[in-house]
Every structure is written in C-alpha cells, then in structure tokens.
Design a protein. Sequence first.
Length: 228
Amino acid sequence: MVILLIGPPGAGKGTQVDRLSQHYCLNKVGTGDILRQEVVKRSELGVKVEGYMKKGKLVPDDIIVDVVTRRMDWGSNCRGYLLDGFPRTKKQAQMLDHLLKERGKKIDLVFNIEVSEPELIRRISGRRVCPKCFRLYHIDYNKPRVDELCDYCRTPLIQREDDREEVVRKRLTLYREETKPLLQYYRRQSKLVDINGNGRAEEVFRQISAYIDSHLSYNSHSNKAELK
Ligand code: AP5
C-alpha cells in the first residue's frame, strides 16, 4: 500500500503521518523531517539543503528523489509506505511513478488535507518542535506536559527557522504554484480524497482512516474473489 499526504504548510501532515504509520504499520517517509535531521547532523546533504529550507524554497528535485529512493525501505515487513511532503512538483510526481513502477508498486490513495489560511497561520505560529527527537507540539492545541520541554527527552523546544512569517508566506505561495497542481494530476487518476483538515487532529485521523479501512476491505474482498 502506498499513500500520499498532500497539504499546505501547517495542514497537519506530519501529525497525521505519525498516527497513521503506527496504526497501520506503514513506513513513514517525510522529506521535511529527513532533511531537518540531516541539517542538524551537519552532513553533506544537510549543508547542501539548509539554505533552501531556511528561505522556504524547494530543494531541487534530483536531490529529493535521491533522498526518497534511499529512505524507502524496500525490503521492510511493514504494510507499505506513507509519504509526507513528497511529491511536491510535477517532476517529483513523475519520478515517483517511475520509481514505484520499477518495483511493481503503485499509489493507492492520495489525501488532500484542506485547512483555511487563518487556521494554517495559527498552527504554524504556535508550532514547537524538539530539536533532538523531532516530536511536534503546539502551544495551544498540543502542549508539552512541562512548559516548553519535550515530554520524551526533556530537551527545550524550539520554533522552526522556516516558521518565521515572511518565510511562511513564501512557502504558502510555492505550495499554491508548485504543489497544488498535483491535486488535479491525482484526481484524474481517481486516487484523490479531499479531507477537511480544520477539525481536531483526532477528527482528521478518523476521516482518513475511514478511507484507508474501506480501501483495505475492498482489496481483501477482491483478492478473495480472485482466489475463488
Ligand atoms: P516540510 O517539513 O514538509 O514542511 P511543510 O510541507 O511546509 O509542512 P509543515 O511541516 O510546515 O506542516 P505539516 O502539514 O506537517 O503540519 P504539522 O503536522 O507539523 O518541508 C520543509 C522544507 O523542506 C520545505 O520548505 C522545503 O525546503 C524542503 N522540502 C521538503 N520536502 C520537499 C520536497 N519534496 N521537495 C522540495 N523541497 C522539500 O502541524 C502544524 C502544527 O499544527 C503543529 O504544531 C501541530 O501540533 C498542530 N496541528 C496539527 N494538526 C492539528 C489539528 N488538526 N488541530 C490543531 N492543531 C494541529
């Protein structure tokens, strides 16, 4: 099973991917998280991409596709893959199709998480992250137990550098120009599911998991029918 989550910055993709990957035993591949970890490590890749990320620009397609190809654990026992933040351009979408085809796989579902702009701004401006274990918090919606400290590793939480207002504006524009056109690409393939992402994280999870459950049960029925 291959599932993509698409949505503007702050839509809650990372939040949902964490819950869904645990619930369904799916390998999560979040390009933003992977790149941030590389930046913290000061690896060659991290140094290469840091400037793009700080300015809210997209990292070049060939770098991203290379990262995804390496990070998708092709031999894993999990049920499949959950992609967050990839693809983000038409070229990346075509490269993903090619990558999957080579391995006899295909995209099953693409969730388009829709959230109003004022709510996106509230979520981004209140987001806090742990710079050590990368867990996500929000100053109102998802508070840490002890003020500004990670619940798991006790590291002081920080605000992402690209969550500054002028950078967020740039990221939102890039989303509209580069990523939104992909919705049409997947709608034409009847893979797109629109999700109202304005509600609480639990409600959004319920909407998405209802579609995954019905997809799984449809597949299991058709597999049984084929075996008969
Ligand atoms: P990336 O990290 O992917 O950023 P993004 O797509 O802009 O998304 P965000 O991480 O900002 O938001 P999210 O939707 O995951 O929301 P979250 O769950 O955190 O990419 C960062 C950068 O990396 C890019 O700008 C680019 O430079 C580079 N990059 C990455 N992938 C690339 C690619 N494929 N090609 C080129 N460049 C790439 O939630 C936000 C906040 O809201 C949190 O505080 C959370 O607790 C809270 N929250 C979540 N859901 C809810 C809810 N339902 N109700 C209330 N609060 C909620």
